[in-house]
Design a protein around this ligand. Structure first.
Ligand code: FAD
Length: 354
């Protein structure tokens, strides 16, 4: 056995809400797993795209903020002690002796698993970066300073001079949110029309009228100023080449995210328009031991919702049991009967008769 290789029952590609819930469903069947994600933090789209937006269609929660849902999922799966490999993309997947799968990541991590669950959404996330000279020197700075493509906590920007670029929902929503805490907020957009929700645009203009937000339109990003990775100013220019300098500690360009399946597209799976076609009752993806759940999985009538993905996680976990525990009988049991190791609500639950 190669000691550099992690060995586990199941490798989950994607730590979005659906990948996280798969840890729970597998754990309830006594199946261990490792979870890999290209992002530095778990939560997938909930963390990267809308952490502070409320979700209204999670059963049992009339309203829950996306980042709170991720927090609850992490709490729910803690008893199963999954091993996380974050900030690394799975780049290779190959079969090895005995029918196992070997995953390789962009950081050289290798994981051998009996089964693989692809909970990859619509692929690994990457921001659309503005083509500005030397921008990389200002990236990966501490939150609140430099160039950032995601915001997870508005508190990081308290008392900072923030320049936001873009005209979609993310740009407008974060301008509204940061106007409450930042020292100043300037919104740079190449035209005076925004593609965000009308109510949000109305509030943006209201805050601009009151002087809380500065609208810098129609302007585009031109260059960045600062020393040693510390941003100090953003130069913008209009279509006639007229330039302005905006004092800034942080620049938040919201030009969308590109998502692509990347290497997953080369693994011989049955793809349809960037999604993996699965057998709906098990989420099996056509290659023995490979399953796909959540946004990445496709079958007739598929609804791309978190709750759909949760159900797919349960079906895939049950289908995987016979692969990782051959010869063992799988008895369907309710969680109320089984309890959870360690007991999430304090102490191991006592199994009750049904
Ligand atoms: P994702 O959340 O997309 O996570 C997939 C993860 O896989 C990503 O973190 C990605 O980095 C990772 N990944 C992909 N490929 C690789 C690789 N090769 N290596 C490593 N990591 C990889 N749904 C609802 O049900 N209700 C709502 O109200 C709702 N509101 C939404 C609002 C917005 C603004 C958006 C954008 C979406 C909303 N959704 C909502 C949709 C919901 O967020 C998705 O259905 C859900 O996130 C899908 O979860 P997932 O785990 O399948 O994939």
């Amino acid at each position: 056995m190669d000691s550099d290789i992690h060995h586990t029952d199941v490798a989950i590609i994607g730590a979005g809400p659906v990948g996280l819930f798969a840890v729970f469903e597998l754990g309830m069947l006594g199946i261990d797993c490792h979870v890999v994600d290209a992002l530095d933090a778990p939560g997938g789209q909930c963390t990267a795209l809308y952490p502070e937006k409320p979700i209204y269609d999670i059963p049992g929660y009339p309203e829950i903020m996306a980042h709170d849902l991720v927090g609850k999922l992490l709490e729910q799966i803690k008893p199963f002690a999954p091993v996380y490999h974050l900030g690394q993309q799975v780049t290779g997947l190959e079969t090895v002796d005995g029918g196992d799968w070997l995953l390789t990541t962009s950081m050289g991590t290798r994981i051998e698993a009996r089964a693989v669950i692809l909970a990859a959404g619509v692929g690994a996330f990457g921001p659309n970066r503005p083509p500005l000279d030397g921008i990389d020197a200002f990236e990966r700075q501490p939150p609140g300073t430099g160039v950032h493509y995601f915001v997870t906590r508005r508190e990081d920007f308290r008392d900072r001079r923030v320049v936001i670029a873009g005209g979609g929902d993310s740009a407008v929503d974060w301008a509204l949110a940061l106007a409450e805490t930042a020292a100043s907020v300037a919104v740079v957009h190449r035209r005076d029309r925004f593609r965000a929700a009308p109510e949000s645009v109305r509030r943006l203009r209201e805050l601009a009228d009151s002087g809380r937000i500065e609208m810098v339109v129609p302007f585009q990003l031109h260059s960045l100023e600062g020393e040693g990775g510390r941003l100090d100013g953003v130069i913008v220019s209009d279509l006639d080449g007229n330039q302005r300098r905006l004092a800034a500690d942080a620049l938040l360009p919201f030009f969308g995210l590109h998502q692509d399946l990347g290497p997953i597209a080369d693994w011989g799976l049955n793809l349809h328009r960037h999604h993996i076609v699965v057998e709906p009752s098990t989420c099996a993806a056509g290659l023995s031991g490979i399953f796909a759940i959540g946004d990445v999985a496709e079958y007739p009538g598929k609804l791309k919702l978190i709750l759909t993905g949760f159900s797919e996680a349960a079906m895939a976990a049950h289908a995987i049991f016979t692969l990782v525990r051959p010869g063992e009988a799988l008895h369907f049991e309710y969680s109320t009967t089984k309890g959870v190791p360690g007991g999430v609500l304090g102490g191991a639950k006592t199994p009750t008769a049904t």
